[in-house]
Write a protein that binds this ligand. Structure first.
Ligand code: NAD
Length: 337
């Protein structure tokens, strides 16, 4: 391409290098459950490539890592199409990014998008679970957002996952989204057992959860102390749908699904910052690892108005905490199976 029309060759070359690094990291993280770079390093590459594309929009092609979610699904499980696309989240790394997110949302709808629901960003594995007439019929990983791995027998082994939903107002069809994780204590014990058996330990709780859930033999999954917290809904049909994210959580809890009680609905940016700062200082209070805070517009009609980009909703943002030394140090350990 004529350089006058597009990005200079230096930017183009750097973009190609970053795209390759990110593709490789995605493959190792999502498909092999065995990352070889830290999340912080991955986030730095992602930020750099986003900035390059901001400066040179012609670099933002549909196959760029910035336009995709996750990685292609593995061939070990049957593919399953999600009833609604599963997305990623855009990141904020400081209070200015957060204010930028809020200002963009306000500009788009020409009104105050608040109130906001603040909750913890659980460092686990995203799953979608479908209930028809209150019965669990399918569980799947996020995969590339459109198609995931069918892991229904494995999902059924989780004690937190009800086989049947309870209550009078259960929708005919509901697809719930949540995070499967291994509590920090369970992760520690599992690694001890693996090492006692002469097997390599997992690098971190997130990878141990992913490796434990994506087992061909659900009996192995059943032995792992996996937990679930539900934080969203894809499809909701056949019963009046909730009007806010917080009402959604009350309803899901009423159906017998596990919902976090560590969330707060607030009205202003300052209050969001207060929640973020509190959990920055109390990062290890929850029994699971967190890598940040997710801020969501609480009113669902406003969420719809804001819609999504090609990979993430505009009505939510993930505020990422700075990395902790220990996670990166552990990355040198080979990942278990
Ligand atoms: P993400 O993890 O930044 O955010 C999206 C995900 O957050 C959602 O899919 C959802 O499952 C999860 N989530 C957790 N708590 C949530 C809550 N309360 N509400 C809503 N969603 C919640 O994005 P991603 O696309 O899943 O992964 C990208 C991130 O994964 C990177 O920023 C990096 O940290 C990590 N990663 C690391 C490597 C590596 O090699 N180390 C490779 C790929 C990805």
């Amino acid at each position: 391409m004529n350089e006058a029309e597009g990005a200079p060759s230096q930017a183009r070359e750097r973009h190609a290098v970053l795209a390759e690094l990110l593709d490789e990291a995605n493959w190792r993280y999502y498909v092999l459950d065995s990352p070889t770079v830290s999340d912080a390093q991955y986030d730095l590459w992602m930020r750099e490539i986003l900035e390059l594309e901001e400066a040179h929009p012609d670099l933002r092609t549909p196959d760029s890592p910035t336009q995709r979610v996750g990685a292609p699904i593995s061939t070990e499980f049957a593919p399953v199409a999600h009833l609604q696309r599963m997305e990623s989240l855009d990141n904020a790394f400081n209070h200015d990014d957060l204010a930028g997110w809020q200002a963009r949302a306000e500009r788009l709808i020409e009104a105050d998008p608040g109130p906001y629901l603040c909750e913890l960003k659980i460092d686990g594995l995203a799953v979608a679970i479908v209930y028809e007439k209150g019965r669990l019929v399918r569980g799947a990983t996020r995969g590339d957002g459109r198609t995931g791995d069918d892991i229904t027998p494995n999902i059924r082994t989780l004690g937190d996952v009800p086989a049947r939903l309870t209550g009078d107002d259960v929708p005919d069809l509901i697809e719930v989204r949540g995070e499967v994780f291994l509590p920090v204590e369970g992760f520690r014990k599992l690694n001890e057992q693996l090492m006692d058996a002469g097997r390599p330990p997992f690098a971190n709780p997130r990878n141990s959860a992913a490796g434990s859930l994506r087992q061909k033999d659900p009996r192995i999954t059943a032995q792992r102390p996996l937990r679930l917290i539900v934080h969203g809904v894809g499809k909701w049909e056949g019963a009046e749908a909730p009007k806010t994210q917080s009402e959604m959580y009350d309803r899901l809890k009423g159906f017998g699904l596990p919902v976090s009680d560590r969330y707060k609905v607030v009205g202003t940016l300052d209050e969001i910052r207060g929640f973020i700062d509190y959990y920055n200082d109390h990062r290890h209070d929850p029994e699971y690892e967190i890598d940040g805070v997710v801020v969501k517009v609480d009113r669902i009609p406003v969420q719809r108005q804001l819609g999504s980009t090609s990979r993430a909703p505009r009505w939510a943002v993930a505020y990422k905490y700075p990395p902790e030394e220990v996670t990166t140090a552990l990355l040198d350990i080979q990942v278990g199976v």
